[in-house]
Design a protein around this ligand. Sequence first.
Ligand code: NAI
Length: 483
Amino acid sequence: MVKICCIGAGYVGGPTMAVIALKCPKIQVVVVDISISRITAWNSDQLPIYEPGLDEVVKQCRGKNLFFSTDVENHVSEADIIFVSVNTPTKNRGLGAGKAPDLTYWESAARMIANVSTSSKIVVEKSTVPVKTAEAVERILTFNSSNISYQILSNPEFLAEGTAIQDLLNPDRVLIGGRETPDGQKAVQALKDVYSHWVPEDRIITTNLWSAELSKLAANAFLAQRISSVNAMSALCEATGADVSQVSNAVGKDTRIGPKFLNASVGFGGSCFQKDILNLIYICECNGLTEVAKYWEQVIKVNDYQKNRFVNRVVSSMFNTVSGKKIAILGYAFKKNTGDTRETPAIDVCKGLLGDKAWLSIYDPQVTEDQIKKDLSMNKFDWDHPVHLQPSNPAAVNQVSIVGDAYEATKDAHGICILTEWDEFKTLDFQKIFDNMKKPAFVFDGRNIVNVKKQREIGFIVYSIGKPLYPWLKDTPAVAKDK
Ligand code: NAI
């Protein structure tokens, strides 16, 4: 029986391995992690991450050919194929601080593999890593063990949170990079054999190692760039009276462009986009490609500009101050159908409003109070470390309350900021909400999900990103300063 071990039971390792176990009943899959609380949760009825469809897949396989364990070394030593899906945070000090990835967790995983292995291994990079990481891992492994052969493969994960299970069951492509030697190609074939249990042959792409590593960074950079492009247009629409939804609809009908990732919003978030672009920028700079680095840097700058512009719009519309005013925050996760808050635009928006002394009442259907308080008191880049190593200072968030539903959040509020596009926000009774708010009552829709016409009929002053501005808002421009 082929044995797979995955190091890192996170948003990628957990769902990916659960689907491999589901589709390959003859393969034994063990997911290991240094975080005891994460593994305990994976073995319970309350999985550590929310992902539609995940519960069912885990329930079907757990205890049969899918296992979660903290006994990292034992399972790694027994495995034939080892996936590494650990954190790859951005460095916050030293060489490359603010851009370069911190490969501490990767390196410690590689050293541990070298220490415990007594048989040949295929080591698969599942984490997103900079180009040439495989080479570094190969060196660590070969310099630290003798008589054991290692093949390193790059198999970046393209799943999107919120649709992870669907993406894994029916991927656009699976990418496998390996050495162009006979042994390297044998290892590529072994991994191909795993995926071909359910992925059609023509969707499994094989490349050299560096192309696979770079393709992942490039794919995320292209996706984020589309969002920054449409968000840049949204600012121009507001200034000129065009409607960004109409513009993106017209643009997206062009089959060369396509309709996806063209929704204007308060900004992109998630653990990957910013980090991967920073990573790309760093690689470009290291290779002397200053203009290329600047090009990608602008994608992040526009994203920061958009979040900043949103906060300024809120404050300027509400008589230039939100000091002491209750603002309801509806939605905190970085997108719907996930409880993940890593790099969510809500963090910057909330911090911006708190900076102007607002009182925040936050509701999100999937995010816990602890998580929100932790996020709002954490320094930039500290979030991407294993949970038990994250610093936290909850005292810094005493103007924030986290509540159990949207009606409680909005009661007696002066304004509402919609920051995640949860479906349930589309069907709220906004008349009831309006009746219970201070007047004038404001809605700032950071995801363009409310019906602007209906809201205005109720009496709200509504701001929707990239839509023609209500006269009130025209008189109070969001003077955005670049960060
Ligand atoms: P995560 O933070 O949810 O999970 C990483 C896990 O690795 C944590 O549970 C941590 O405790 C564990 N870990 C760290 N060092 C370890 C070690 N030495 N031994 C055992 N366990 C260890 O991170 P996530 O989101 O799963 O991401 C993992 C990688 O995949 C990152 O490089 C990320 O950029 C990449 N990725 C993430 C995607 C996403 O949507 N979240 C999509 C595609 C790639």
